[in-house]
Design a binder for this molecule. Structure first.
Ligand code: BMA
Length: 393
């Protein structure tokens, strides 16, 4: 009997505490939580002060020669190739929501969604930040995000089909509801919604994804964005900053970059995905990448400034890192010329040969990566302080 009374009292107390703490996560003027608004102003200020966060996709889930034991919570946030090289975690963790729409347990790269949730919460607890991309399957054909993956994917009506009056509209809304459920579940035990950067419908200036340039009109693409944000908002999502993330196809042309921009009322951060392609470490190809990155970042940062948005290099990398000093001689010299608030490197696949973008112990660029880490402009997890709480002017 005593124990029942004690449990009831404890439950009441807990509910009261939760209520009290929930009141500590108020909304700001934009309708997002104040922490989310603070994050945005802090990110913008970071970029303008010449420093940037270092980010890595799937960093704590797997790396070269290892994969976390997803059945064991004690392995959450335990290992990272970045940490193995420089003894610090990235400031920014990135994960992908691809396949969440099907209600399956794991994402397209095999990570359980529940694990992603816990990794993000653990990272937030340490002061870090997370971003989410979404390689959603094709709702019309049943294939993947990539139109070239199968013949049945070679159609161009998918975006049209998910918009209002389209045959997949209802299905697609149910997909968005699943994404909203995940975003809403990103909460601390005391009820604070964890701010994250959501980056759907990326690289749309190319045509490899079903939402790409040749597969829909500009209006349809913008409607896709609007429908996405409206539906998330209707589901009570208030902890998300939205990132616009074209590829390099605009190549410095502002009109092309802005052709499918969903609008200032939707987008918080303007970005760019730009990769270094030099399979044999050819110096001309590497110099070409640096010049392309420079030119495109110049444009992105200029437009972001005009629109009062944060700017970032939302995806980059040099697959296999065959230039030992790529970090300090290629990437950093370009980044230091532009007010970006973060740079995100793509994944170190554990199950796909030669698909890695950050060094691991013994990799030929690892000592240069430590120099990059020691550069005062790069921010890793241990450099962060109050991204969400302190409001900048
Ligand atoms: C691509 C590759 C794929 C991966 C996908 C989503 O760039 O890394 O192997 O499945 O991203 O993470």
């Amino acid at each position: 009997m005593k124990s029942i009374i004690w449990m009831a009292a404890a439950t009441l107390l807990l509910t009261a505490c939760e209520r009290k703490h929930q009141a500590d996560d108020p909304l700001g003027d934009s309708g997002k939580t104040q922490r989310t608004e603070n994050l945005l102003s802090n990110l913008t200020a970071l970029g303008n002060s010449g420093v940037y966060l270092f980010g890595h996709h799937d960093d704590t889930a797997y790396g070269i020669g290892w994969e976390a034991d997803y059945t064991n919570d004690s392995t959450i946030h335990q290992r990272s190739d970045v940490k193995s090289v420089c003894n610090d975690y990235p400031a920014l963790l990135s994960f992908d929501l691809g396949r969440i729409e099907s209600g399956v347990e794991r994402n397209l790269d095999g990570i359980p969604f529940e694990r992603i949730r816990r990794e993000i919460i653990a990272h937030y607890d340490r002061g870090g930040l997370a971003t989410l991309s979404w390689h959603a399957d094709n709702p019309l054909s049943g294939g993947t995000s990539w139109v070239a993956d199968s013949l049945k994917n070679k159609e161009t009506k998918t975006v049209e089909s998910v918009l209002q009056h389209g045959q997949k509209h209802e299905l697609f809304l149910s997909w968005l509801d699943k994404v909203a459920g995940f975003l809403n579940s990103l909460q601390t035990p005391y009820g604070v919604k964890i701010p994250v950067i959501f980056r759907p419908w990326h690289e749309h200036t190319g045509s490899w994804f079903w939402w790409g340039q040749e597969h829909c009109t500009a209006e349809q693409y913008k409607d896709l964005w609007k429908m996405t944000c409206d539906r998330l908002r209707e589901n009570g999502v208030v902890n998300v900053l939205y990132a616009y993330s074209p590829g390099t196809e605009p190549n410095g042309d502002e009109t092309k970059y802005m052709e499918r921009y969903p609008g200032d009322e939707i987008i918080d951060l303007m970005g760019l995905d730009c990769y270094c392609s030099a399979p044999e470490a050819d110096s001309t190809q590497i110099a070409y990448f640096a010049a392309k990155l420079d030119k495109n970042l110049d444009m992105v940062c200029r437009i972001a400034q005009q629109h009062g948005k944060a700017a970032a290099l939302t995806e980059t990398g040099y697959e296999c890192l065959k230039k030992p000093d790529w970090w300090t001689r290629t990437l950093a010299p370009v980044l230091e010329r532009h007010p970006v608030c973060y740079v995100l490197l793509w994944r170190n696949a554990h199950n796909r040969a030669n698909h890695f973008f950050v060094p691991y112990p013994g990799q030929q660029s690892s000592s240069d990566f430590v120099r990059f880490y020691n550069d005062k402009r790069t921010l890793f997890l241990s450099d962060l302080n109050g991204l969400y709480l302190k409001k900048q002017d």
